[in-house]
Design a protein around this ligand. Sequence first.
Ligand SMILES: [Zn+2]
Length: 162
Amino acid sequence: MKVTYDSVTSEYLYPLSKSDITSIRDLVSQDIWARIRSIRFGCNTKTTQEGRVVQHGRFYDIRINLCLNNFRSTLLSDKLSYINQISHFGGVVDTNKHIVSWRLNDAKRYSLFLLLHEIGHILFSANFTSSRRGLDSEEQWCDNYAVERLKQFKDLCKTLDS
Ligand SMILES: [Zn+2]
């Protein structure tokens, strides 16, 4: 699997390092992990989506759009569910300026959540046919999957906190 970062100017920072990503390997089944062809990180200043997964045959490319500028990221939507989720992960939302302020470790956890949510889509499509479940419930299922995996992840959180 290839992990890449879009090049950004020096004031931007990606919350997750390559070793942070390696450390979540054990949370994901090997079969699913083997089907992730690439994870690419980009900035969220010019997007409407923080996470995306695209299938190419048996393999998947994941894209996560979240980068920090002076520990702040762009608020992509005024939707309450989105704002609540960011607040839940510790992001401090300024709806007027469309800015979220982060502590680095909270931004790391939120980035992991976004990544695990996209991995959830891979698992979902491997386990359920789309006709059996609507899109809303797929999104909910992926959120639940990501939250459950993060809960199992206390060891990494400790590492991240240190
Ligand atoms: Zn999704």
